[in-house]
Design a protein around this ligand. Structure first.
Ligand SMILES: [Ca+2]
Length: 588
């Protein structure tokens, strides 16, 4: 093998160059002879000549980088593609039913953050490149009317794990970083059900569902948490990347915490002598709103304050890489067991600090660069599944926890750099908002040989994952499990299958209901107009406190309120939403 340094430029992060990075090192190289594109990954490299390290193809390939191992990988991938193509043709021709599903197929949910309907190439984006995610779409089912249960993070995550609408739990709102655990330990969550039926379960990535009992000492065991609601193991960002504490939690313990330097966290006022965004704006890589002027970590001021625990502080630009490595490790360790991986990656939530490998890759600034980092992550998971010969035995679901936003507290240039990119596609609104852009998100299902490739317009919701995936695993739901979760497994696997007849949508305190292509917002929206005027997404016309009725078949951008033209329909949908909200459950 040739010396890679002769034709590659090293992109090891600066702090790694200084030797401050401890633990496993992964470096990526970019070919400077053949042009753009991430070419190889190497493990166990800090700097200097790279000879004899394992190459791993992740994107466009570079001939000089072919090693025997990559050739073997290419051979396998080509063979898998060939077999997948044959199956696709046979299924599309209706010649034969999809292959018989294994008794306990593996399940991977890749749950991205704040990714909008229009943020991906397979949904029409042209300013970003997402070939790996687009591969899921071309070989799986791409849903055009899939929804989160809410237009914000915590309630959507609550629903995906519990199968319950968040409006039934008043605490299911955006949580501070020291909030108590939102889900009752021992309750029949999606991971608990799968665990009880032989699955190994893992939560890797952003949690934001509370921890402990509300009085957390981060220097001792932090629990209850993911492992008390059904996960065998966890490696998490406790809240959000823009909230303290800026540390990883593995199991019950803060990672790399030095007991001689205890970690303290506050959401009531400054603690310790760490600089804050309010006191030292000159230290920031970009400005922040009033909410985000707390403790500065990695030159970014956060929501809340923290002191101590310095050895445990994360580095934002390495977060995607770190979480991906843990996910790959989980897959490798459990290749011979049925597993459920809930991979809640941080991209593309603020603060937007993509790894240097992805900076300026997109045509729409840091936010677009972070989408390309997200795409890389998805490619890594697909490659790992292929390497482990698990592709044909694993259902992969890709989605997002709420709609998109440009300015979410930091002046990172995302509005200025949008460059015509429409993060919500044709839909109105985005994160925090009751309009379709708030909850209508990408959903892709991928399982070669078992998913019929195509595009589905079925109305679906993530609250249905619990019942659907339980069905996939052969689990009969207990009566108290998933009170709002409908079994839409057939819909997830077949673009010709129908979806929900109706769905309650939520954006903080605003509620709406969908029935077919009709949508009623009975109380208007309480979100201030200013957020739209700032150019977050697709602004549309003025908000109205009056009842709003939209015909999405003719008016997907919710621009024309036709409530006055259809009083009977307004009455019918008003009764329907009151019925849905008034029940304790909607699953029969
Ligand atoms: Ca989110």
């Amino acid at each position: 093998m040739r010396d890679l340094q002769r034709f590659s430029s090293c992109h090891i992060a600066p702090d790694r160059r200084r030797g401050h990075f401890s633990g496993h090192v992964r470096a990526r190289t970019r070919c400077t002879i053949l042009g753009t594109g991430v070419v190889t990954e190497m493990r166990g490299v800090r700097s200097g000549p790279v000879v004899g390290n394992r190459c791993k193809l992740v994107g466009r390939h570079c001939l000089p980088c072919f090693t025997r191992s990559t050739l073997r990988l290419l051979y396998f991938v080509s063979f898998a593609f060939f077999c997948g193509h044959l199956l696709t043709v046979r299924i599309a021709a209706g010649a034969e039913s999809p292959a018989t599903a294994p008794a306990k197929p593996n399940i991977v949910i890749i749950y991205s953050d704040d990714v909008g309907w229009g943020d991906l190439g397979c949904y029409g984006a042209t300013k970003v490149s997402t070939p790996q995610i687009d591969r899921l779409a071309s070989q799986g089912v791409r849903f055009t009317d899939a929804h989160t249960t809410a237009a914000t993070c915590t309630p959507s995550r609550f629903s995906i794990l519990t199968g319950q609408f968040p409006f039934r739990n008043k605490a299911a709102q955006i949580l501070p970083g020291d909030a108590p655990l939102l889900i009752a330990p021992g309750s029949p969550t999606l991971p608990q059900l799968l665990k009880d039926h032989g699955y190994v379960t893992a939560c890797i990535g952003k949690w934001h569902l509370g921890l402990g009992d509300g009085k957390i000492d981060w220097n001792t065991e932090v629990k209850p948490g993911p492992m008390e609601v059904g996960f065998d193991e966890s490696f998490i960002v406790p809240a959000t990347p823009d909230r303290v504490p800026c540390v990883y939690l593995q199991g019950h313990e803060v990672v790399r915490l030095d007991s001689a330097d205890p970690l303290r966290v506050s959401y009531t006022g400054p603690i310790g002598d760490e600089p804050t965004g309010r006191g030292h704006p000159e230290l920031l890589r970009y400005g922040a709103d009033a909410q985000h002027l707390g403790t500065i970590v990695d030159r970014i001021s956060r929501i809340g304050w923290m002191a101590g625990g310095h050895s445990a502080w994360w580095t934002d630009e390495q977060m995607a890489m770190c979480l991906t490595e843990h996910a790959e490790d989980f897959l490798a360790r459990n290749a011979k067991h049925p597993f459920f991986l809930y991979f809640a990656i941080n991209d593309i939530h603020v603060p937007r600090v993509p790894n240097p490998d992805f900076v300026a890759k997109s045509q729409c600034g840091l936010r677009g660069d972070q989408i390309e980092e997200l795409d890389w992550t998805v490619g890594q998971i697909l490659s790992k599944l292929a390497e482990l010969h698990l592709t044909d035995n694993t259902l992969v679901l890709f989605s997002s926890d709420n709609g998109p936003i440009l300015n979410d507290g930091y002046s990172d240039g995302s509005i200025k750099d949008a460059n015509g990119h429409k993060p919500a596609g044709p839909f109105r609104g985005g994160k925090y908002q009751i309009y379709e852009g708030g909850t209508r998100v990408p959903l892709l299902t991928y399982w070669p040989g078992h998913v019929k490739p195509g595009v589905s317009s079925a109305l679906t919701c993530q609250v249905d994952f619990l019942a659907s995936l339980a069905d996939l695993a052969g689990i009969t739901l207990p009566a108290d499990a998933g009170p709002d979760s409908l079994d839409l497994l057939a819909t997830l696997l077949n673009p010709d299958a129908i979806g929900r007849a109706q769905l309650v949508e939520q954006a903080e305190k605003d509620l709406a209901i969908r029935k077919g292509n009709w949508k009623l917002i009975p109380g208007g929206s309480r979100k201030p107009l200013q957020r739209l005027e700032e150019g977050d997404t697709n602004s549309g016309p003025m908000l109205s406190p009056a009842v709003q009725l939209y015909d999405l078949s003719n008016d997907p951008s919710e621009a024309h309120n036709v409530a006055a033209l259809h009083p009977d329909l307004v009455d019918e949908l008003t009764r329907l939403i009151h019925d849905q909200i008034g029940r304790s459950r909607t699953r029969q």
